[in-house]
Structure formats: structure tokens, C-alpha cells
Design a protein around this ligand. Structure first.
Ligand SMILES: [Zn+2]
Length: 361
């Protein structure tokens, strides 16, 4: 079957997290029909993750997430039906990332070389699926390189291979003031006021720069503090969402933030916000990695050009890149995480050809 046919079937199976089960069953059945032996490793609530292998000692793994975000916004077509218009294929997940999955499936069906396929749930949420899988590294013995089929839209130009992605961590800042009667503001220290000063001071936080995967960035995602009686609030908190670059990790960044903020107002403390799962750390696969060079030469052959780039935000690749070099290469798409998501038909066909050639090498 061609990639577009797989994509049509996949778009018709709603898989907005946490409801990936039907999509998991579909993928398992297909992979088995391509000669794969499939291990289903479930998250709580029957949410599937799939590790499938074919042939002897595969070294190449394809990766994709089976979940989508909900259908946001106002669609011009039914998001659960693939609609073709002027070379664009519209549907929820068409780009992110059922297009990539469809290209993988079609390429696998037309080849018989050894390969591994890793499919996850919860990528659009907390990457719980990929964190579960990397906690069992034995599953991936022998794998030397992973290609994630995430869509690319860099400069809206086809052929771009993402060699890395920024990481991400969230921090909670607790700010302590001193309560006093609300009629005597001079006797107290208003924690909300101090928290506000700290939030604004973050505009001058020295952000790290990287040539490989871009620069660090941050934003304040939440702030809270209250006193319902006639007293000056003595505590307030705010949360900072940070995109990390190479050389940074969640702990060292916590220290940096704390030093910066305490320098402005000592009565505050910074901690890593516990989301119940590790955060996805930054990664980078050097372009000289032999498998990346092979992929680049195939992309050049099929598309006519290639370039190296990086992803701005986190994805499952960040998690798997702890185990082996990983890159993202998928079909060109637009409007993911918003209405009227689509993947370019020609790019989907090219992508399937690229995967086929890669599997055979
Ligand atoms: Zn995605």
C-alpha cells in the first residue's frame, strides 16, 4: 500500500492522548503483517507502546508517536478524514505525525531488511511512553541510530534533517514575605509584590547560547499568591518554563536560576517542579555521524537538496537520544497543533522513498 493509503486509514482512527489504544492495535497488526515481532509495553490504562523488530540484529530504528493533540480551532474539513486539496493532505495528525508513520509503514511493506520500529503513546503530553521504554534499555540492544519521523517545516523547505532539539524543564519559585495588618503596609513585605519584581527581573537572566541547537529561552507560565483576610500576603509562587541547550541540565539550571533570583531578593528559593516524570534533556547528533551522513546523501538524491537544522522544542527523540544518536526527518507539513493541519503529498511520497532506501542500506 502507498503511504497516502496508510495515512488515510490512520487519520480515520482518532488517537488523541490518552486514547491511543485503537491506533496501537492497528499498528501492531500492520507491523506483524510486514514480518515484525511485536512487543506491546503498556502505560497505565492500556495505553500502548510498541517495540517491533524484524530480521537479525537490526541497527536502525524508526520512531514515531501514535497520539495526536485534540482537534483545535475551526477546521474547513472533517479532521478525522483525509482530504486532498491542491497537493495538500488535510487531517488531524496528517503532519504530526501520522504522515511520518504512514511513510514508515509503506517503506517497511516494500522491503524485508532488518529494522526496528518504536511507537509511543503520550508524546503530545509528557512523553511518558518514551520514558517508560528507555527505562528498559535492553529492548534496544544493537541499535546504532534512530530516525524519528516527526514533520519538518524549516523554512517550509524540504530536505532538512533535524540533528538535535532543545530540552525543557519547569521550575517553581517560592517567595517569602512578611505579614502585617493591611492598614500598615510599611510593616510588612508583600510576597506578591516581590514575586512580581522577580518575574520582571528574569528579562535580564543571562540565557545560554548554542550554535548547534539555538539559544536558551524561558517564560513564566503561572503565578499565584493570595491573602483573603486584611493581611499582607506572606507567600507567593511562580513557575518558569525553560528551554535548555547543550551543556545544561535540570539541576545546574536550577542553581543558576536560584543564584540569579536570590541576588535580587534573598528570601526566595527555586526548585525543579516535579511532574512525576523526568524532563526531556537537550541532545545533538553531530552531522559527521556515519548514519546521519548516509541519510543526508539519500535525502539529497531523492529531494535534490539537504540541510542540517535543529528542533526548537522537545519531542520523544530527546528521550531516546540518551541511548543512541537520533535525528528527525519526516515529510513537510504545516498547522500542526492547530486547525487545518496538512502534510504535503509530494513530500510524503519522497519521504517514503527515503525511508525505503535507508532500510536497504
Ligand atoms: Zn509530533
Amino acid at each position: 500500500m502507498e503511504a497516502i493509503e496508510y495515512l488515510r486509514e490512520m487519520v480515520e482512527i482518532p488517537s488523541t492522548f490518552p486514547n491511543e489504544q485503537k491506533m496501537g492495535e492497528y499498528c501492531q497488526k500492520k507491523l506483524e503483517s510486514f514480518g515484525f515481532s511485536v512487543q506491546a509495553i503498556e502505560l497505565e490504562g492500556g495505553r500502548p507502546n510498541i517495540v517491533a523488530t524484524r530480521g537479525k540484529n537490526p541497527t536502525l530504528a524508526f520512531m514515531g508517536h501514535m497520539d495526536t493533540v485534540p482537534a483545535y480551532g475551526k477546521w474547513n474539513t472533517n479532521p478525522h478524514q483525509l482530504v486532498e486539496k491542491e497537493g495538500k493532505l488535510y487531517g488531524l495528525g496528517a503532519a504530526d505525525m501520522k504522515g511520518g508513520l504512514a511513510a514508515i509503514f509503506s517503506a517497511l511493506e516494500k522491503t524485508d531488511s532488518p529494522a526496528m520500529v518504536v511507537l509511543t503513546s503520550d508524546e503530545e503530553n509528557n512523553s511518558a511512553g518514551s520514558h517508560l521504554l528507555v527505562s528498559r534499555p535492553k529492548l534496544f540492544e544493537g541499535i546504532k541510530f534512530m530516525v524519528a519521523a516527526e514533520p519538518t517545516e524549516h523554512g517550509n523547505k524540504e530536505g532538512s534533517i533535524l540533528l538535535g532539539r532543545r530540552g525543557r524543564a519547569v521550575y517553581k519559585v517560592d517567595v517569602h514575605g512578611r505579614s502585617a495588618h493591611g492598614a500598615h503596609t510599611e510593616r510588612g513585605i508583600n510576597a506578591i509584590e516581590k514575586a512580581s519584581e522577580l518575574v520582571l527581573a528574569l528579562r535580564d537572566f543571562p540565557l545560554r547560547k548554542n550554535t548547534e541547537i539555538g539559544s536558551e529561552s524561558l517564560f513564566v507560565r503561572e503565578i499565584s499568591g493570595a491573602n483573603t483576610s486584611l493581611s499582607i500576603p506572606e507567600s507567593a509562587s511562580f513557575w518558569i518554563d525553560v528551554h535548555l541547550v547543550l551543556g545544561q541540565d535540570a539541576e545546574s539550571e536550577c542553581t543558576r536560576l536560584q543564584e540569579f533570583l536570590q541576588n535580587i531578593y534573598p528570601e526566595c528559593s527555586v526548585g525543579i517542579f516535579d511532574r512525576g516524570l523526568p524532563y526531556n534533556m537537550p541532545f545533538y547528533t553531530p552531522p559527521e555521524t556515519p548514519e546521519a551522513e548516509i541519510l543526508a546523501s539519500i535525502v539529497r538524491e531523492v529531494v535534490g537538496n539537504t540541510s542540517f537544522s535543529h528542533g526548537e522544542s522537545v519531542a520523544d527523540e530527546n528521550v531516546f537520544a540518551q541511548l543512541f544518536p537520533a535525528v528527525s526527518y519526516g515529510p513537510l507539513g504545516r498547522n500542526y497543533h492547530s486547525a487545518n493541519e496538512y502534510v504535503e503529498k509530494e513530500s510524503l511520497i519522497n519521504c517514503e522513498q527515503i525511508y525505503q532506501k535507508l532500510i536497504k542500506k
